[in-house]
Write a protein of this length. Structure first.
Length: 152
């Protein structure tokens, strides 16, 4: 099966962030073998000696450098919150302040409202989640579909 530059960009990102190990990347590459054979590029990945070699192959062949689009990045923060890897405040702050994204104004406004609750409200998380849940529900599946292709 041939994979797109966008898919390899995601793989590159996951490798850079250590979300997928070298061993898992090799395991993924071997899992792509079928009775009909394998894509030559995936075969080259399966023979790579380390992560840096995989990253170099991806960047040389597809001109992608592990910088996914903003929908993916918002989805990553939403997924990490959903899986209790980060707090709601951390997810919102990452989207608003760390990523420098061009989200639609309505979504940005809802995220700012949610972030503001953490400064003064006694049930900040309960109130904030009402504002971010539609946004997280929109973007989380984008991230989860993208990473599922690599069995992360």
């Amino acid at each position: 099966m041939k994979h797109s530059a966008d898919e390899y960009n995601v793989l590159s990102y996951l490798l850079k962030k250590n979300a997928i190990s070298y061993e898992k990347a090799i395991e993924w590459a071997y899992s792509q073998y079928t009775d009909e054979g394998i894509d030559q590029f995936v075969e080259r990945i399966s023979l790579a000696s380390d992560v840096s070699e995989i990253l170099e192959m991806i960047s040389n062949n597809f001109q992608v450098y592990g910088e996914p689009d903003q929908d993916f990045l918002v989805g990553e923060a939403a997924s990490k919150y959903s899986n209790a890897q980060i707090s709601l405040y951390d997810a919102v702050a990452r989207i608003l302040f760390d990523l420098d994204l061009e989200l639609p104004e309505e979504e940005r406004q809802e995220l700012y409202i949610a972030e503001d609750y953490f400064g003064w409200h006694d049930q900040a998380e309960e109130e904030a989640v009402k504002h971010v849940q539609p946004i997280f529900s929109k973007y989380r599946p984008i991230y989860e579909r993208a990473v599922a292709k690599f069995s992360v």
